[in-house]
Design a protein around this ligand. Structure first.
Ligand code: SAM
Length: 254
């Protein structure tokens, strides 16, 4: 039986790692890390730092693999399904070629493996193929949602109010009336500019947890241009951006 650990590593600060994650890392003989493109190079560096800093027993073998590009937004679900199939092929090869029958491998997943991440789904696909006996565990991590609220020193929810987490492409033009907090991730397009309620509060953050962290908060009418400018400047400085924001109607209530 081969074993895998899918380990949440937090969002860029090596100190986001939990003790459970460190224990799981030290139980692995092989660590699989994605490496491709400018964004992935920066994220690879964080993963390397984590391995160097926390792998205190015999250092694991590090195996890098390329993540193939996904097809465009027009056929979103078909594109994702096809992409997952390609990734399952890659994972299968990694497991076949680099893990012996008694070994444990680890995937170091950005943030938490349960939030907008497909590692669990892809490992399930590999298991469903039945080409090798495979068991796995999931170790939770600090999400970018938690990094955002901590950096802004805000509770995620208003008292008794719900929270919604959405990819930017699903953000509507109107915010809920009831104080629901809407957290927006995966925004390549300034989706907040669609919103019509300019009195709503936005809490924005980029590169959270890293030394490049930027945060901006305020009413949409006051800060949305500033966020657009900060985003463009950061993107041209780093060549890529990773940002997230929470929006809600507050009316003085926390
Ligand atoms: C594919 S999702 C992965 C989310 C991750 N599993 C988590 O738990 O946060 C990538 C999105 O997460 C958000 N994100 C991840 N890390 C971030 C960071 N350090 N700063 C700001 N946003 C981040 C961005 O919205 C980005 O587009």
């Amino acid at each position: 039986m081969k074993h895998l650990s899918i380990i949440g590593i937090g969002t860029g600060n090596p100190e986001h790692l939990t003790i459970q994650a460190v224990t799981a890392l030290n139980a692995a003989q092989v660590v699989f890390v994605p490496s491709k493109g400018q964004e992935k190079a920066a994220l690879l560096e964080v993963r390397r730092t984590i391995i160097e800093r926390y792998a205190t027993s015999a250092p694991p073998r590090v195996v890098e693999f390329e993540i193939p590009p996904r097809r465009g937004e027009a056929e979103y679900h078909a594109g994702v399904a096809e992409w997952h199939g390609m990734l399952a092929d890659i994972y299968q090869r990694l497991i076949d070629d680099h893990l012996s029958d008694t070994e444990r491998g680890a995937f170091l997943v950005w943030g938490d493996p349960g939030l907008y991440d497909s590692t669990i789904r892809i490992v399930e696909q590999v298991r469903a193929r039945g080409e090798c006996a495979l068991e796995y565990v999931v170790v939770p991590g600090i999400t970018s949602v938690q990094a955002l609220t901590a950096s802004h020193r805000i509770p995620l929810n208003l008292i008794g109010a719900p929270v919604r987490i959405t990819p930017a492409r699903r953000l509507a033009t109107d915010l809920p009336e009831d104080g629901e907090t809407v957290v927006v991730m995966l925004d390549g397009e300034h989706a907040f500019l669609r919103l019509t309620d300019l009195d709503a509060m936005i809490y924005w953050g980029a590169y959270l947890g890293t030394s490049d962290e930027i945060v901006i908060a305020g009413r949409l009418r006051d800060v949305r241009d500033k966020i657009v400018e900060a985003r463009a400047a950061a993107r041209s400085r780093h060549g890529w951006i990773m940002d997230i924001y929470a929006i809600r109607r507050e009316n003085g209530a926390h």
